[in-house]
Design a protein around this ligand. Structure first.
Ligand code: UP5
Ligand code: MG
Length: 190
């Protein structure tokens, strides 16, 4: 399959830590294809496919959609893309997600970015985002933060142990944060 020669980057961080914002900058500067797992899932809800209702209920509760569904959506995008450099944003969210991706694709990420952000800053950003997301309310945010800590941080630890993690301080202006991100990608361009 096509993804065998690809460059795969996972972009991790809590809700509102700035993953989507920095991914847009990486796309602009380094020509990656941005795949936001959350955006792909929200698209399924809007197009009312067979999993739409289940996905909506899961997002509203701040829980994690079954790996098989998410991996299928990501893989479909990878396979239909002309690009071979992928930024996978907001996935894997759990060890189960990670293991499913590795098993189904036979690939591991080349490197992993982690946007490290204090909870109060994440809450502030999500509450002031105002894009009508069903999960951007204080009750769901609290649930998202709990799920992040319990299930996503073990994935971060995994990649830290594998020497693949780039920890980014996610507090500061968008430009300041991108100046920490840039060298990670500049190094892999050579
Ligand atoms: N902002 C950005 N950078 C800033 C900065 N430096 N200073 C000040 N403000 C900054 O940013 C959030 C807001 O902060 C924006 O208004 C931005 O302008 C501002 P953004 O870049 O959107 O942050 P991001 O980390 O992308 O936040 P997001 O809310 O998208 O993260 P989540 O991880 O919570 O959301 P996601 O869309 O990935 O997932 C949503 C739900 O889908 C999950 O809770 C889950 O239920 C489900 N899901 C799965 O089940 N499986 C998956 O694999 C993925 C998602
Ligand atoms: Mg996002």
């Amino acid at each position: 399959p096509k993804h065998v020669d690809s460059v795969i980057t996972f972009v991790l961080g809590g809700p509102g830590s700035g993953k989507g914002t920095q991914c847009a900058r990486i796309v602009e500067t380094f020509g990656f294809k941005h795949l936001s797992a959350g955006d792909l899932l929200r698209k399924e809800v809007v197009s009312a496919t067979e999993y739409g209702t289940m996905i909506l209920d899961t997002i509203r509760e701040g829980k994690i959609v079954p790996s098989a569904v998410t991996v299928k959506l990501i893989l479909r995008e990878m396979e239909s893309s002309d690009n071979h450099k992928f930024l996978i944003d907001g996935f894997p969210r759990s060890e189960e997600n990670r293991i499913a991706f590795e098993r189904i694709t036979g690939s591991e990420p080349d490197f992993v970015l982690f946007f490290d952000c204090p909870e109060e800053e994440m809450v502030k950003r999500v509450l002031s985002r105002n894009q009508g997301r069903i999960d951007d309310n204080i009750d769901t945010i609290k649930k998202r933060l709990k799920v992040f800590e319990a299930l996503n941080l073990p994935v971060v630890d995994h990649y830290e142990r594998r020497g693949k993690l780039h920890r980014i301080n996610a507090v500061g202006t968008e430009d300041e944060i991108f100046e920490q991100v840039r060298p990670v990608f500049a190094a892999c361009e050579q």
